[in-house]
Design a protein around this ligand. Structure first.
Ligand code: ZN
Ligand code: ZN
Length: 396
């Protein structure tokens, strides 16, 4: 096997057993007809959701301002200057976040491009900077990485030299911070009922956000958590939001990006209203985002295989979360049927979602300028390269 294949295979091996990894999760996927239905909301629930969305929009003024300014920006690359902005933070200042945001505006603002930024989850084997070469080799305009070994709590500190090499490689490869979507380790459960797990998850979240900042990155994607069947969803949402609030206070600017899940076991985030519920509880909403995983959405019951189902899903996303929070996509077909609650990724067009759904996504301007990352199985030595080409060809 050639090195690039081995790396790709390793990267995907890092991803595939994703669903079973959340600490304490019981993977009791059910395939009953009842559960296969798309999530349906009653009228009062929709009205309530609209009201909370309005409230969320109101309190996210900073976010809006950033977006307006961002529209004037052209695509930028990471520079030494951007990666190490001077920070004039006064910890006791209640408006510290506002002050900090202005210091980091150049990193936080979305660069608005009409391009689709398609890429893949690449391996960090051999060093973080190798991930960048891997991304370039497969023709990616975006990529995802783990920031450290994803199956253990302990991690070596991120060396200055490693961070510098990574930043240099990104600048050379013309990867802006907005095209890179690092993925949190699977062990984390920021909504855990277990005090020990919760505490380790919270320190890990802070550690990973600090790594992002040292690497000049502005997005950080992670799985919201799990109730482990021991607490209610609402209680878990409280814990997740509190974990995020604590992490935001200990870091400067990175946007925490929640991933939608497949409703497998006791995981949180299969239903959009749960993601909206977390954002509602977070103080600094300008540092919140959502990554839409197509396989997870389909498995959770959102019928993106059909045009109507896709429209309904996007409408619900906008109603209960807000489209402005959409900061990334995981492009995966699904081995499992609609609503199966199984997190089983399949290659593009080879699963139950089908090629037309991905064509719709690739032609939809709402997905412009955000990382769209493949996490599909590596079945041949150039799977990702082929799938990236296949996806770009769908735009025409
Ligand atoms: Zn994930
Ligand atoms: Zn994913």
């Amino acid at each position: 096997m050639r090195r690039s294949v081995r790396l790709a295979a390793r990267a995907i091996d890092e991803i595939t057993s994703e669903a079973a990894q959340i600490s304490g999760q019981t993977s009791t996927a059910k395939l009953t007809k009842e559960e296969g239905k798309s999530p349906v909301k009653g009228t009062s629930e929709v009205q309530k959701s609209k009201a909370t969305k309005r409230a969320r929009e109101k309190s996210a003024t900073d976010h809006d301002q950033n977006e307006q300014k961002g529209s004037k920006l052209k695509r930028s690359v990471i520079t030494e200057e951007k990666a190490k902005p001077s920070i004039k933070r006064v910890k006791t200042d209640p408006d510290a976040h506002t002050a900090i945001k202005s210091d980091h505006e150049d990193i936080i603002q979305p660069f608005l491009t009409q391009e689709k930024l398609v890429g893949a989850h690449v391996s960090i084997s051999g060093g973080l900077h190798n991930a960048v070469s891997e991304a370039l080799t497969i023709g990616a305009k975006a990529f995802a990485i783990f920031l450290r070994s994803q199956r253990q709590w302990a991690a070596k500190p991120l060396e200055d030299k490693t961070a510098e090499l990574f930043k240099e490689a990104c600048a050379k490869g013309n990867f802006s911070p907005h095209s890179i979507l690092p993925h949190g380790i699977y062990l984390m459960n920021c909504g855990s009922p277990d005090e020990g797990t919760l505490s380790k998850s919270r320190s890990t979240l802070v550690d990973e956000l600090k790594r992002c900042e040292k690497l000049g990155l502005c997005l950080y994607n992670f799985h919201p958590g799990s109730t482990c069947g021991k607490i209610t969803v609402e209680e878990s949402l409280d814990k997740i939001a509190e974990s995020i609030n604590l992490a935001h206070k200990q870091t400067k600017y990175v946007i925490t990006v929640l991933e939608n899940m497949s409703c497998q076991g006791n995981t949180i985030g299969g239903k959009f209203k749960e993601l909206g519920g977390i954002i509602d509880r977070v103080q600094d909403k300008s540092r919140m985002g959502v990554c839409l995983d197509t396989c997870h959405a389909f498995a959770a019951g959102y019928d993106i295989a059909s045009e109507k189902g896709f429209t309904n899903m996007m409408d619900e996303f906008d109603t209960v979360i807000g489209l402005k929070y959409l900061r990334g996509v995981h492009l995966n077909d699904s081995k499992g049927d609609l609503g199966c609650h199984l997190d089983r990724h399949e290659n593009i067009g080879k699963g139950k979602i089908g090629v037309e759904a991905f064509r719709r996504l690739m032609r939809d301007p709402r997905f412009n300028g955000i990382p769209m990352v493949l996490e599909t199985p590596c079945v041949s030595e150039n799977t990702y390269q082929k799938e990236i080409k296949q996806l770009y060809a769908m735009i025409k």
